[in-house]
Design a protein around this ligand. Structure first.
Ligand code: E4P
Length: 219
């Protein structure tokens, strides 16, 4: 399973890039507003592309099919790694079908049930993004939707990749991997929490102390 960051913060992306394990980025208008309000979305996305050599999702905002198609064509030209995000409603589905036939890569966003993922895959989307945390928030088991989509895509050998999104804590990352998601996209604090454990910190300290003691005995 690939690890992506869900952020528009250049600082977070630069920091995470140092570890070499983040292979893509997802952004959305809320993340853009949070991290880089007052900037140009295209500039932010291009800067991200200069840091991470992998897919970078940028969201379409048009409400009608022709508008979505035009916006997807426009955004996809920003950089070869840009993937356009289109939400899965009726207009979104038609737009996904039309732009996918032109070779534009689509990350289908705001997926909350397997039928939406099945439709997006049939329409030619490259990725489907089930939103786990937002389902958990309203009392549904978000990860169950990831599991169901993975099972369906596997059974019918569908090439569309399952991108577990709206992850809120490190357990979500483990569960997404167990569910067979191709990618997990997560906020920076969740990424940080993946490599932290108190026993690791305590173990490092203990080894240091013992090494110092051993060196003294030898001296
Ligand atoms: C995914 O591409 C979305 O940007 C994201 O995961 C949404 O997460 P949220 O529910 O925490 O806003």
């Amino acid at each position: 399973m690939k690890l992506w960051l869900d952020t528009a913060s250049i600082d977070e992306i630069r920091t995470a890039a140092r570890f070499g394990v983040v292979s893509g980025i997802t952004t959305n208008p809320s993340l853009w507003a949070k991290a880089a309000s007052g900037t140009d979305y295209r500039d932010v996305v291009l800067e991200i592309c200069s840091i991470i050599d992998g897919p970078v999702s940028a969201e379409c905002l048009a409400q009608d099919v022709d508008g979505l198609v035009e916006e997807a064509r426009h955004i996809s030209k920003w950089h070869p790694n840009v993937v356009v995000k289109i939400p899965l409603d009726e207009n979104g589905l038609e737009a996904i079908y039309r732009v996918s036939r032109e070779g534009i890569k689509v990350n289908t966003t705001l997926i909350f049930q397997p039928n939406q993922a099945l439709l997006a895959a049939q329409a030619g989307a490259t990725y489907v993004s089930p939103f786990v945390g937002r389902l958990d928030d309203i009392g549904h088991e978000g990860m169950a939707v990831v599991r169901e989509i993975v099972e369906i895509f596997d059974r019918y050998h569908m090439p569309t990749q399952v991108l577990a999104a709206s992850l809120r804590h490190p357990l979500h990352v483990i569960q997404a991997a167990q569910a067979g998601a191709h990618i997990a996209t997560m906020p920076y604090p969740v990424f940080q929490a993946m490599f932290k454990h108190p026993l690791t910190d305590a173990g490092i300290q203990k080894f240091l102390e013992d090494a110092r003691k051993a060196a003294k005995v030898k001296a």
